[in-house]
Design a protein around this ligand. Structure first.
Ligand SMILES: [Fe+2]
Ligand SMILES: [Fe+2]
Length: 257
C-alpha cells in the first residue's frame, strides 16, 4: 500500500477544512426544510466526531507488515480529517438552527458494530458509512439550496471520495490473500451489511429526505448503485493485487497469517 501518498494527501487536505470560511449570506430555507436537514446533519456530525482510539489500536496490528509501513500514521491523519468534517458539520448545524447531539441510537449501534471483529471489519463498517455518506452529501449538494450547505457538502464529498479510495487500497491488499471462496463470502456479508445499513439510514433520515423531495426508496437505490460501483473497482483491484509477484518473505509470512 502506498501509505506515503495518503500521508501527504491528508496532511495538505485537512488543513483546507481547518481554514474553511462559510458564506455570510443568511439562510433562507423555510423552517420545514431547514429543521429536518439540521437534525439529519447533526446525526452525521456525531458520526464523524469519534476519537478513533480503537481504530488506531487495531491499525497497530498491521504496523509490522512491510506492505503497510506508514499505515498507522495514515490512519491517524484520516481520523483527524474525519474530525475536521465533524467541526464543519457542527458549524452548519448551528447555522441552520439545529441542536448538536451527544448520543444517537444509530450512531451507538454503528460504533459497537465497528469494533466487533478486527481491523478489516472496522474498515469495512466505516466504508459502509462512507458509501452511504457519498449519496447523502451528494443529495444535499443537489437538493438543498442553502449556500453554506452547498460549500460543506462539496468539500466533504471530495474528501469522502478520497476516503473510499483509501479504504479500497487497504482492503484490496488484505483481500488479495483470501481464497476465492473467502472473497465471495466477504462480498456477501459486505453487501448484506451495506443493504441493512442503507435501509436503517433511509428510515432514520426520512424527514430530511422528504424535505428535499427525495423518496427513501430512491435514496436506497442510489446507495445500492454506489455500492456496486465501488465493489466493481474493488474486485479489479483485488485481482490486480493477487496477480502481483510475492512480497518479501517476512511480510509474505505475516500476510498469510
Ligand atoms: Fe467524513
Ligand atoms: Fe470518511
Amino acid at each position: 500500500m502506498n501509505t506515503q501518498t495518503w500521508i501527504n494527501h491528508f496532511e495538505v487536505n485537512t488543513r483546507l477544512n481547518d481554514t474553511m470560511q462559510f458564506t455570510d449570506d443568511p439562510c433562507t430555507l423555510p423552517e420545514n426544510v431547514r429543521l429536518p436537514i439540521a437534525a439529519s446533519l447533526a446525526t452525521f456530525q456525531l458520526g464523524e466526531s469519534g476519537s478513533g482510539t480503537r481504530l488506531r489500536r487495531y491499525a497497530r496490528e498491521v504496523a509490522p507488515l512491510e506492505n503497510f509501513r506508514g499505515y498507522q500514521r495514515a490512519i491517524d491523519l484520516f481520523i483527524v480529517e474525519e474530525q475536521s468534517h465533524s467541526q464543519l458539520l457542527a458549524r452548519v448545524v448551528q447555522r441552520l438552527g439545529g441542536t448538536l447531539l451527544e448520543k444517537q441510537w444509530t450512531n451507538s449501534v454503528f460504533r459497537r458494530l465497528r469494533f466487533l471483529v478486527n481491523l478489516e471489519f472496522a474498515i469495512q463498517v466505516l466504508l459502509t458509512a462512507e458509501l452511504i455518506a457519498e449519496v447523502y452529501y451528494g443529495t444535499l449538494y443537489l437538493r438543498c439550496p442553502d449556500p453554506a450547505v452547498h460549500q460543506l457538502t462539496q468539500k466533504i464529498l471530495r474528501d469522502e471520495m478520497k476516503h473510499l479510495a483509501f479504504q479500497r487500497e487497504f482492503l484490496s491488499e488484505r483481500l488479495a490473500t483470501f481464497s476465492p471462496l473467502g472473497r465471495w463470502l466477504w462480498r456477501c456479508q459486505f453487501q448484506l451489511i451495506h443493504a441493512i445499513t442503507t435501509t436503517v439510514v433511509a428510515w432514520d433520515h426520512r424527514h430530511a429526505l422528504r424535505a428535499m423531495e427525495v423518496k427513501p426508496t430512491d435514496f436506497r437505490q442510489r446507495c445500492l448503485q454506489a455500492w456496486e460501483r465501488w465493489q466493481t473497482k474493488f474486485e479489479k483491484a483485488v485481482t490486480a493485487q493477487a496477480a502481483e509477484p510475492s512480497l518479501p518473505a517476512t511480510s509474505q509470512g505475516k500476510r498469510m497469517k
